[in-house]
Design a binder for this molecule. Sequence first.
Ligand SMILES: [Fe+2]
Ligand SMILES: [Fe+2]
Length: 187
Amino acid sequence: MGIGSELLETTASDPVPADFLAPIDFILAEHYRQRLLCEGLAKLTEKMELAPVAALAARLQAFLARDLRLHLEDEERDLFPLLWQRAQPEDNVKDILDLLSEEHGLDQDLVDFLLEDLAILAGGGQLANPIRFLVNVREFAETQRRHLAWENALLLPVARRRLTEVDLAGLGRSMAARRGIDLGTAG
Ligand SMILES: [Fe+2]
Ligand SMILES: [Fe+2]
């Protein structure tokens, strides 16, 4: 299996209702898939050749426009506000939350930039500046990798320690609803 087909595997996201009964595990699983994708993208762009990335344009476009956008919303609208509410001074996460939120904004700018080029590639068009696109893909892969490593190491342990059962049920319900899944009273 080549890097291209592995990337297609790692970006496939098709959650089921039960996933949202353990929302922190779901976020961790998404981070794992994101890490594999970013490692793949870093490898794929090592030689700064457009063709291998262009072959994945439509799938990458779907990942960035859907899966990653949903993930950012899960964090910004649900997880981070809960952490702000529940974290204790000794958890030392408030500065980190500010920093990671700021990165979410920067990520979104880079993603919007990438999506413009991916739309052209997915439609079979030619990029005016393929090198700029490849540099942006590498930048995205590197910043994402560091960002999600920090979230895993610094935020998710605090979430596991501090969020209550009610918090987790609400978090799961909200994340499910964002994907059109109604958990009803199951959560
Ligand atoms: Fe994040
Ligand atoms: Fe994340």
